[in-house]
Design a protein around this ligand. Structure first.
Ligand code: ATR
Length: 278
């Protein structure tokens, strides 16, 4: 009889150098004294399909997939969750003996859970929300907000067609707003979310004034490097409450960890500091 092999999970990307996920899952494994491993795997796009199928046969219980594999993982899966289907993208994979490759997308969930844990009184139906940007992060956040019951979602992007594509795909209460009118959209919004790369380390500068932001509004950023982004600083200066973007990364990781390692993990300050490398 062979000894039980400790469960292994992966994060697959190309490149994979910058991911914080191994620190995050490694912290939980240590804290809960689970003899598992979580490994970063650089996998080139051409090899991804073959590699994913093979990982399920060599002791991996599942893993995360990041850029550029989110669509491929979704398409290769034997079973997909509703929220992955909605976004046509997967970030979490579970290898199941009976169901095969099961693909989920926890990005929108992570965004909403971050808001809820930072502001327990936050409600999706509190009023209109404005989402700045229409890239990959935006789609998941928009879907999460629609599910949370946001009555009107103002989606604005420098390249308007990308916002229109998200609106067409996700439907619901989305109003596409021209980028030239982003400042007005911010006015009267209960929630304002930056998903653009403005203000990110190495990214373009923030080009908005946020002058119309209401004093009672809540502002959050998908960017977490730096943690206190120019967008969050400016929103605070206008009287808004703010929630930083690190929690979205931490919360999106919870369903995967629970499925692979059999324990619901907690997000707390110690984890935040570990992931920040402090
Ligand atoms: P992610 O997947 O992290 O969302 P992305 O797909 O590269 O990243 O999207 C970057 C977002 O930042 C886009 O919405 C982009 O706008 P465009 O679609 O017009 O490119 C936005 N963005 C980047 N630089 C910007 C700038 N200088 N001003 C306004 N928006 C900008």
């Amino acid at each position: 009889m062979s000894a039980k092999v400790p469960p292994m999970a992966f994060v697959a990307g190309w490149p994979i150098g910058h991911t914080r996920s191994p620190v995050l899952h490694g912290h939980w494994l240590k804290r809960y004294k689970i003899a598992g491993q979580y490994l970063p795997l650089p996998i080139a796009p051409a090899d991804f399909g073959e590699a994913l199928r093979m990982l399920g046969k060599v002791g991996f219980v599942g893993g995360n997939v990041t850029l550029p594999h989110k669509l491929a993982a979704f398409e290769l899966a034997d079973e997909v969750t509703d929220r992955a289907k909605r976004l046509r993208a997967a970030n979490t994979i579970v290898f199941d003996r009976d169901r095969g490759i099961v693909a989920d997308n926890t990005d929108g969930y992570g965004f909403i859970e971050n808001l809820r844990s930072a502001r327990p009184d936050w409600r999706g139906d509190a009023g209109p929300a404005t989402v700045l940007g229409a890239g990959g992060a935006s789609r998941a956040i928009v879907a999460g907000l629609l599910d949370a019951g946001v009555p009107q979602l103002r989606l604005t992007n420098r390249t308007r067609e990308k916002a229109e594509a998200i609106a067409d795909e996700l439907g619901g209460a989305i109003t596409v707003v021209d980028w030239a009118e982003a400042e007005e959209a911010v006015g009267g919004s209960a929630l304002v979310v930056n998903t653009t790369s403005m203000g990110m380390d190495g990214g373009p500068p923030l080009s908005l004034s946020l002058n119309a932001m209401g004093a009672g509004a809540l502002a959050t950023d998908a960017v977490y490097a730096p943690l206190d982004t120019p967008f969050l600083k400016l929103a605070r200066a206008k009287g808004a409450q703010t929630v930083d973007g690190l929690g979205m990364l931490l919360h999106q990781a919870r369903p995967g960890f629970a499925a692979w390692f059999g324990r619901e993990p907690e997000v707390d300050e110690e984890l935040r500091q570990a992931v920040l490398g402090r």
